[in-house]
Design a binder for this molecule. Structure first.
Ligand code: ADP
Ligand code: MG
Length: 398
């Protein structure tokens, strides 16, 4: 495992009076009608790093993206609400910098007291951020003396704030969140404890194949469910009705299944419906799905089967819900799996759960954070890292 220098590896006075840029992940869901943040988990998670730097006497400059504004200012995707919430959480004024490229701001930041906190507006309001533009990186970097990455979820992107600007600093450090992510995910990459159970769900397998290929060798069982299962079932010649599948992944799925049929576990029954809205047309069917029906959740026999595998101890990795859990009618499979993973953790398993929707599903299942060894903030980044890729935003760190 590669080790990265963490903020606590320097003495506290290293930060005194210094301007520290922290790339955070404040990509939170916003309710634009009510003008509120629906869920502030990602803000709360950044607090240890922010607190540490405030106490060390640094001027803390926070940068993040929110949604996909595609290089345009968009008031629905402004981080201004986040500044307000953060200020409540740390009980301290948070300066909101609406445009750091404005000449006045670098001066203003210089003049702040030690221990001040500034949040920059959504970095993706500038195309240069995702283009990793060098001039933009220089401008961003000129705001600070030290660079910290605490946004694991965007570390697989070589953007200006995750990569380009970091190159300009002598000190490039990991925040507490990134440090914890690396420690736990490394447990799945190195010598893992067996039995190692991998659970893959969600809507698409295309983004997950490299990680899956890597995990297939190591895992003792790999459960494939949710939308991802239907490409596998179709590849095996099973009728999947109108369920989602990926045409271009059929050959891959067929090949992988024939190689690892002893490890791969697929759903054996399904909750199907004529369409997502027609919840009164729901049926439980065994393996074959009738034409005109689509699977939206796993069935009770599958839940029982999965429960018998997700037991602990050992190691468990889960990414991707078992069905369209966002609707209560289709949430049972995902909720059962979430609780099975929690129970296995109580029995001594090391569990790592990642992905935006999967974490939301844990909440819906009322599984507590303390019942999972590590909830990863990364989806794509997590899978790329597990698949053996180096993440630019991590590689760049000292
Ligand atoms: P994560 O965000 O945790 O990485 P994904 O983005 O891979 O997870 O997938 C989440 C989505 O997959 C959910 O929004 C869910 O509704 C959808 N999904 C799960 N099962 C099915 C299914 N059988 N049919 C259609 N969509 C599904
Ligand atoms: Mg997702």
């Amino acid at each position: 495992m590669k080790t990265k220098k963490v903020i606590t590896d320097n003495p506290k006075d290293f930060y005194h009076g210094k301007k520290v840029f922290v790339r955070v992940d404040f990509n939170v869901p916003i309710d634009n009608e009510k003008n509120t943040i629906r869920e502030d988990y990602r803000i709360r998670r950044a607090i240890p790093t922010i607190d540490f730097l405030i106490n060390a006497g640094a001027k803390v400059i926070l940068g993040s993206h929110l949604g996909r504004p595609k290089g345009k200012k968009n008031k629905n995707l402004s981080l201004e609400l986040v500044a307000v919430r953060l200020s409540q959480l740390i009980d301290k004024k948070v300066y909101f910098c609406d445009d750091f490229t404005d000449k006045g701001w670098p001066e203003k930041i210089n003049n702040l007291d030690n221990g001040s906190v500034v949040l920059l507006e959504n970095l993706r309001f500038y195309n240069e951020e995702t283009e990793n533009d060098d001039h933009f990186s220089v401008t961003l970097a000129s705001l600070a003396d030290i660079y910290v990455n605490d946004a694991f979820g965007t570390s697989h992107r070589a953007h200006a704030s995750t990569y380009g600007m970091a190159l300009k600093f002598k000190s490039k450090l990991a925040g507490f969140l990134v440090d914890k992510e690396l420690k736990f995910i490394s447990k799945m990459i190195g010598e893992v404890e067996h039995p190692f159970v991998v659970i893959i769900g969600g809507s698409k397998i295309k983004d997950k194949i490299t990680a899956m290929a890597k995990l297939l060798d190591k895992a003792d069982k790999i459960i494939i469910a949710g939308g991802a299962a239907y490409t596998f079932l179709k590849a095996r010649g099973i009728n999947i009705g109108n369920s989602i599948f990926e045409q271009d992944m059929l050959d891959w799925a067929k090949d992988v299944y024939s190689k690892y049929s002893d490890k791969i576990v697929l759903p054996v029954d399904h909750l199907v419906s004529e369409s997502i809205e027609k919840t009164n047309s729901c049926l439980i069917v065994d393996q074959e799905i009738p034409d005109d029906y689509q699977a939206f959740d796993i069935g009770p026999k599958t839940i029982e089967l999965f429960n018998s595998i997700i037991k602990g101890p050992g190691c468990i990795f889960w990414n991707g819900p078992m069905g369209v859990f966002e609707l209560d009618k289709y949430s049972s499979g995902t909720i059962h799996v979430a609780r099975a993973v929690a129970l296995a953790t109580w029995r001594g398993a090391v569990s790592v759960v990642g992905g935006g929707e999967t974490i939301a599903a844990l909440r819906k299942a009322e599984v507590l954070e303390s019942e999972i060894s590590h909830m990863s903030t990364g989806g794509g980044a997590l899978l790329e890292y597990l698949g053996g890729s180096d993440l630019p935003g991590i590689e760049i760190l000292d």
